[in-house]
Structure formats: C-alpha cells, structure tokens
Design a protein around this ligand. Structure first.
Ligand code: SF4
Length: 325
C-alpha cells in the first residue's frame, strides 16, 4: 500500500484511488519562469533561510528553496536518525531533539517522493505559507538531493535509494532534473555507494563533496571526525576521476578568526593537486554559516570576506567558484 502524507491527500482531495488522486494535470510542469538566470534565488527570502528538513508529516522528503540549487530542491533525508561520521563545529542539525525515524524505509521514500513531486506540480507547495513569498520558485524542481540530518552514504542501502529516486524521477517525467548527493565524502569508497553513484551517473547525477580544509589540523578542528583526511582526499579524487563533481566548502570564523592565510593556501594546493591528478572539478561552492551552530565560537564570514576567499581560490586554481553567503 502506498503511504502518502495527509497534507498531500488533503490538498489533492480527490475522490477515488491514490494514483488517480495524484494525477498531474497537463501543463503544470512547465511553469519554470526563472530558470535562465544564473541564480534566480534572492538571499533575503525567508524560505532560503529556513532549511527545515521536515515538512508536514513527511518523514524522509522535504522541500527547500536553495540558492546553491538555484531554486526548489526536493531533499531526501536518509538520516532522520541524525547519524553522521563528522561532527562539524558549524553543523546546523539539532541533535537535542528526538529522531523522526530510525533507519530508512525505501518504500516510504518512494511514496513520499511521488507525493511531493505531484504536490509541487499541482501548485500545492507554491500555496504553502513558507513558500508563498516566492511561489514561482516552488513550482520548478531543480534537483532531488540526498541531503538531510546526517551523512547519506552511511546508510546500508544507498544504491537502492538511488535507484528509487531515479525510477520516480523517470516515471514522473523529470528526466532533466538532477539527482544530487551532498556528502562529506567519507563513504564514497563503499561498494554500495559506488553502485549508487553509477545509478546517479545514468540519471543526471551530481556529487557535491565537502572539503573545508587544506591541512589535517584544520580539518580536525572544523570537521571533528575520526575519518582520516587522506581518505577524504582520496575519495574525492577517485570519485571526480569518474565524473565531474562540485566541491563544497564552508568558510567561517573560529574563535573570531577566519581561515588563516597559510591554511587557505594549503586548501588551494589540495584543489590544484586533485585537478593535476585527474579530478574533474566542475565548480566550487564557497559558503558560510547561515544558521545557529552547536559551537558559539563558529561564526559566519561577511559577504565581502567570503568573496575575498573566492577570489583567492579562483586566482590560485583557475576553478569556477560561486559564493553563497
Ligand atoms: S557533515 Fe554535515 S551533517 Fe555531518 S556534522 Fe558536518 S555539517 Fe553536520
């Protein structure tokens, strides 16, 4: 039996048969009015700042307006249990509240994703209070992203989840929509994850891998993990040799100090080494703290500071760097 959150069934409020209730009227999927500009998402929108990973009574699927996705991203939270192999000093996940679920139910992921896509296409999301400020952005799905309250590659059935997303994407007519994996890169060498990446490759997949440091010491300071820095770098390299990736890097102040100059140079040298060794880095996303952090000493950079970091990275590496303050 398909399980569909009650908000969606209330919104659709049709009379018989789930599939018929969720049928999409022709023409609804063509309301992409702002897709041509480089980034159509203004940073002042409340929906941009509110990245809550819960929506109504959905457990695994949630919508966000994401500047980095340049519009509506449908998140698939494979970690409602909040598990992660990093403990970043800037992590925005609230680990003081109880998990919404323990483990992933692939069938429920599929049902919620189908329901959310149809809810979006039929205009329900655009009328939801959080999204009504920018309804045009809430009708065009830019990507479906494995991103949530932890590290997606830690689940034992990542490949199965990737297959579900690919199947739903195809069956719902979203062939051009990307599947994004937002990852700390620690699990990219797992066999099941590699299978999942191959499924993503065949379905407009894109990996956004985290790299926040240039040295082991700064990596441990910011990401606080038992996973070795060498493993992260190797995973980024091997993954990016097989397909272009996005490197996502959070820059911040630690105890009032931005990343030291020598650390930034080491970071740039890591990017250069990755490229020299065959990594295809499509672009770098440089961003900063946007929401409350677990550590009060982890604070945001100004937009000017972040852009200064981006200029240094561009000039040292020749890579395309976008900033998201
Ligand atoms: S990798 Fe992401 S989820 Fe994990 S601790 Fe860091 S910011 Fe939080």
């Amino acid at each position: 039996m398909l399980r569909v959150p009650s908000l969606v069934t209330r919104h659709l409020s049709l009379s018989s048969g789930l599939l018929r209730r969720l049928a999409v009227p022709a023409g609804f999927a063509t309301l992409a009015s702002m897709t041509d500009r480089r980034n159509p998402v203004p940073s002042h929108l409340a929906a941009v700042h509110d990245h809550a990973r819960s929506f109504a009574d959905f457990v695994f699927v949630y919508p966000v307006i994401s500047r980095r996705s340049r519009g509506l991203s449908i998140g698939v939270n494979l970690n409602p249990d909040k598990r992660c192999n990093f403990d970043c000093i800037y992590c925005e996940v609230d680990r003081h509240t109880a998990p919404r679920a323990l483990g992933v139910d692939p069938g429920q992921v599929r049902d919620e994703l189908v329901a959310m896509i149809r809810f979006v296409k039929q205009g329900g999301l655009a009328r939801a209070p959080k999204f009504s400020e920018a309804p045009e952005l809430a009708r065009d799905i830019k990507d479906i992203a494995f991103s949530g309250d932890g590290e997606p590659t830690m689940v034992p059935n990542f490949a199965a989840c990737a297959q579900i997303v690919a199947d739903v994407k195809r069956s719902e007519g979203l062939e051009a929509t990307k599947i994004v994996l937002i990852t700390d890169a620690a699990g990219l060498d797992k066999a099941d994850v590699r299978r999942g990446l191959e499924i993503m490759d065949a379905n407009q997949g894109e990996v956004w891998g985290k790299l926040d440091a240039g040295t082991d010491a700064y990596y441990r300071l910011v990401n606080r993990t038992h996973v070795s820095f060498e493993r992260i770098l190797k995973n980024l390299l091997v993954t990016a040799r097989a397909r272009p990736i996005v490197v996502q890097s959070l820059f911040l102040r630690v105890h009032g100090q931005p990343m030291p100059r020598a650390e930034l140079e080491a970071y740039c040298a890591r990017l250069e080494a990755l490229t020299r060794d065959g990594a295809q880095i499509k672009e770098v996303h440089a961003y900063t703290v946007a929401r409350p952090t677990p550590e009060a000493y982890a604070t945001r950079l100004t937009a000017g500071e972040l852009e200064g970091f981006a200029r240094t990275i561009r000039s040292a590496t020749g890579l395309t760097v976008f900033t998201f303050d």
